[in-house]
Write a protein that binds this ligand. Structure first.
Ligand SMILES: Cc1cc2nc3c(=O)[nH]c(=O)nc-3n(C[C@H](O)[C@H](O)[C@H](O)COP(=O)(O)O)c2cc1C
Length: 186
C-alpha cells in the first residue's frame, strides 16, 4: 500500500478482535512514529505501550469523561470499549519543554500529532486498526502509568486487528471550503 492509498483508506477503528498484535508489527508502528518530523528535530514524543488487560480496562474507564460527553449528548466516549478490547494501547506523550513555544502556540502538540498520524497510517498499512482518543482523565492516567507532571498526555491509541467491516468514515469538507487561492476569503 502506498502513502496516498494509506491516507485515503485509513479509518478510525473502534471495534477490535482479541487477536494479538505481532511484535514485528508493533515495532513497525512505533518506528513510523519515531521517524516523524519535529520542532528542531527535538523529538519531544514518548510512548507508553500498555498491554496488561487490567491497565487497559482502567484506561477505558478513564476515557469516559462525563463532563465532556454528557452535554454533547453522548453516553460515553465512542472509543471507550476499544481501549479495553484492543490488545495494545499506545499512550502518546509530549515533553513541552522539548519543543517550540512561539506566539502562544505550543508545538509539542503538533510534533506528537504528526507522530500519531504516522503511527495510525503505519498501523493501517500493516493490517491493524487504531483511533486517536483525545478525551480522557489525564491526571488519572498519569497516576496509573507513573507519568510525571511535566509530561503531557496527548492521546491514547488502541491498536489491534479490526473486528468487522469498515463502514467508511464521516465526510470531509470540500476543498473549495478550506483552500483559498492568493488571499484569505471570508
Ligand atoms: C485530536 C483527536 C482527538 C480524538 N478523540 C477521539 C475520542 O476521544 N473518541 C473517539 O471515539 N474518537 C476520537 N477521535 C477520532 C475522530 O472522531 C475521527 O478521526 C474523525 O471522526 C474522522 O473519522 P476517521 O478517523 O474515520 O476518518 C479523535 C481524533 C482526533 C484527531
Amino acid at each position: 500500500m502506498d502513502a496516498l492509498e494509506a491516507i485515503r483508506t485509513r479509518r478510525s477503528v473502534r471495534k477490535f478482535s482479541s487477536r494479538p498484535v505481532e511484535a514485528e508489527k508493533l515495532a513497525a508502528v512505533l518506528e513510523a512514529a519515531r521517524l516523524a518530523p519535529s520542532w528542531a528535530n527535538m523529538q519531544c514524543w514518548r510512548f507508553v505501550v500498555v498491554e496488561d488487560p487490567e491497565a487497559r480496562a482502567q484506561l477505558s474507564q478513564l476515557s469516559n469523561v462525563e463532563s465532556y460527553f454528557a452535554p454533547r449528548g453522548y453516553k460515553t466516549n465512542p472509543a471507550q470499549k476499544a481501549l479495553a478490547e484492543a490488545p495494545v494501547v499506545l499512550v502518546a506523550c509530549g515533553v513541552p519543554g522539548d519543543s517550540g513555544d512561539l506566539r502562544g502556540q505550543q508545538y509539542y502538540l503538533c510534533d506528537v500529532g504528526i507522530a500519531a498520524q504516522n503511527l495510525m497510517l503505519a498501523a493501517h498499512a500493516v493490517g491493524l486498526g487504531s483511533v486517536f482518543v483525545g478525551v480522557y482523565d489525564e491526571e488519572g492516567i498519569a497516576e496509573i502509568l507513573d507519568i510525571p507532571p511535566e509530561i503531557r498526555i496527548v492521546g491514547l491509541f488502541p491498536l489491534g486487528y479490526p473486528e468487522g467491516e469498515s463502514k467508511g468514515g464521516p465526510p470531509r469538507k470540500p476543498l473549495e471550503e478550506i483552500v483559498f487561492r492568493g488571499k484569505w476569503k471570508a
